[in-house]
Design a protein around this ligand. Sequence first.
Ligand SMILES: [Zn+2]
Length: 249
Amino acid sequence: MRRVDWSKRCPQCWMHWRLCLCEQAPRLKVDTGLVLLMDRREACQTTNTGHMAPLVLERSKVVVTSRQEPPDDKLQGIVESGRRAVLLFPGHGAQVLTPQWLEGHSEPLTLVVPDATWRVARRTMRKSAILRRMQPVVLPPGPPARWYLRRPPEPGVISTLEAIARAMGVLEGQHVEQALMKVLRMMVQRHMWSKGLLEPEALVDGVPPPLPSGWTSPQRPFQRGFAPLIEADGPDKPWRGRSDDLNGD
Ligand SMILES: [Zn+2]
């Protein structure tokens, strides 16, 4: 466990400044809301893909959950009134997200997505009456993970961002799925390139431009604002976590 040096990371995409992809990420208006329930330890990882979803999707919120605090303290009112929350989790009675399923739901939807290990996500569910009241949904069977930084522990396991992309493909359309997958591809390829695992010409979206000479990271990068995360933890107290992140800072 060691301290994460947040000044080395962009507060929006959370990539190291040299790899920041904010300029290239599209920003899409969507009807479906997104609430990402991000485990605090997960939020420290440079390999976390969930961070990318709010970059692309309007109507996104990130709630950073900790294993010590009851999740419902932060979840009160997180889904706007008039919207139906569906929880992307294989809970009891989970329904399969398909176009036919969507036809039966005319009300505005908010997709709630746990971003944690299965064990932690299950524990969060047990502790949250709010989450247990939500309708669980699952993705239909699909191809193996296309882009990932962590090798899937078993076939069929995909990253958080790819899961959101596939869900949004059903809920919003293929263009949203493709936009999210493009950002995932950029993230994965830039990481691999930075570690010497990919030649520059192999990057489909190109090598990130070099930082201007004399560039230094902002003294207080959180002032640039990352509204969804700040909303969860308070604008004056950006949290500082610890990480056993193996990917380096
Ligand atoms: Zn960035």
